[in-house]
Write a protein that binds this ligand. Structure first.
Ligand SMILES: *Cc1c(COP(=O)(O)O)cnc(C)c1O
Length: 420
């Protein structure tokens, strides 16, 4: 590796996925030039095909009215089924274990209705210390809902210092020591702040040994790192589709329920008519006959226009291939790490683990002298990235549409800003 722009351009020329950038709308600056978009961890870019997928549903609605449920080119009644294969591949689940519905926090709650089953002796919930706020609010409210006092029922485990890597060993140790009191763990697959990818298989095994239910929030993991939810035996998971999965702001989210829980009659679940087996749904019977798949967790008929945007994106993932994306991602982020290491400054430290197996595409840069000047200057130079309080810039080069040259330009700009 070297620090020249020629090297970056050479890498782009040799990149077998380079053509995928053409499939996305890259936002532009007022002068028409493309921004350096490194914010796919927050909102993924719009595929050019999305418009066509959504337009097709608008056209079929125009043409068929209510008959579109059956007559649309992609009939609305089973529309979610068109998403299952692609979604299942992204998270390593079986198609029947995966469903696209609602939004992330809603899905977490619906899944906790089924999987957070506290008893007198075992009611605690274990989460990571710097979990995303929505997840913390959700688990606290679940504790309260079941009559427990959140500070007492919630174990927040991690390093003392939220910007240090998450100590898996310590976490496993805690599961061993306190496992018998813990009902469920809810862990982010990749931490939104540090960018650390947790050892999801090991943690799942250790939790199961203690009889602890395992739930993962894959908001920053799905579409970013390889996942094998089925093989790992994860009980349930949920994720949003607007970050790495490029399905648009507020897109319908994903949920996973392991095969061994499908069709269980002893699991409580909130019901709505869309969870009723489609063979009997329109009999409008008083009695519910839920699907024997993850579809049983559906409540309502889904927003087809928004589902179309998810499908557009999944088709691109299928074409690119998860393994190919990961291969490029490791190189691209490795290059970002190398370039950052060449900046002669002590104002900046990468807090994301160095081991590629312990991270996705994001690197989190901690500033010793955080200042709004730096973010403002980056913005003025056309860099789109985000800032997380108190002192971290998150940079996410995404293998589908980012280039090595993007990374080069970002580091070049950052260097100029820091060294003035
Ligand atoms: C982005 C994100 C959310 C957002 O939740 P929504 O319900 O989609 O608004 C929640 N949890 C985590 C870990 C996230 O990264």
């Amino acid at each position: 590796m070297n620090t020249t722009i020629e090297y970056a351009r050479q890498q782009d020329q040799n990149d077998p996925l380079a053509r995928f950038r053409e499939k996305f709308h890259i936002p532009t600056r007022p002068d028409g030039s493309e921004v350096i978009y490194l914010c796919g961890n927050s909102l993924g870019l719009q595929p050019k095909s999305t418009e066509q997928y959504v337009q097709q549903e608008l056209d079929d609605w125009k043409k068929f009215g209510v008959e579109g449920h059956f007559e649309a080119r992609r009939p609305w009644l089973p529309y979610h089924e068109f998403l299952n294969k692609g979604m299942a591949e992204i998270v390593g689940g079986l198609p029947e274990e995966v469903i696209v519905m609602n939004t992330l926090t809603v899905n977490l709650h619906l899944l906790m209705v089924s999987f957070y089953r506290p008893t007198k002796d075992r009611h605690k919930i274990l989460i990571e210390a710097n979990a995303f706020p929505s997840d913390r609010y959700a688990v606290r409210s679940q504790l309260s809902f079941h009559g427990y006092d959140p500070p007492e029922g919630l174990i927040e485990a991690g390093s003392e210092n939220s910007d240090e890597p998450f100590p898996t060993e310590k976490f496993l140790d805690l599961l061993k020591k306190q496992g018998s009191e813990i009902s469920m763990i809810l862990l982010g697959g990749v931490n939104y702040y540090t960018g650390q990818a947790f050892k999801l298989r090991e943690i799942c095994e250790a939790a199961h040994e203690q009889g602890v239910v395992v739930g993962y929030d894959l908001a920053h993991a799905a579409g970013n790192i390889p996942l094998r939810l089925h093989d790992w035996g994860v009980d349930f998971a949920a994720w949003c589709n607007y970050k790495y999965i490029n399905s648009g702001p507020g897109a319908p989210a994903g949920a996973f329920i392991h095969e061994r829980h499908l069709g269980r009659k002893d699991l409580p679940r909130f019901h709505g008519w869309w969870g009723n087996d489609k063979a009997v749904r329109f009999k409008m019977s008083d009695r519910m006959q839920p699907f024997q798949t993850a579809e049983a967790w559906q409540l309502s008929n889904p927003p087809i226009l928004a589902m179309a945007a998810v499908l557009a994106s999944l088709d691109i993932f299928q074409e690119a291939g998860i393994a190919n994306l990961r291969e490029k991602s490791v190189k691209l982020t490795g290059y970002l790490e190398f370039m950052l290491s060449q900046i002669k400054t002590d104002q900046l430290r990468v807090i994301t683990p160095k081991n590629p197996d312990e991270r996705g595409c994001q690197l989190s840069l901690q500033l010793t002298h955080p200042s709004s000047r730096i973010m403002k200057a980056l913005r003025e130079r056309g860099v789109v990235c985000d800032w997380r309080e108190p002192d971290v810039i998150r940079i996410a080069p995404v293998p589908l549409y980012n280039t090595f040259e993007d990374v080069y330009k970002f580091v070049h700009n950052l260097t100029e800003i820091l060294l003035v």
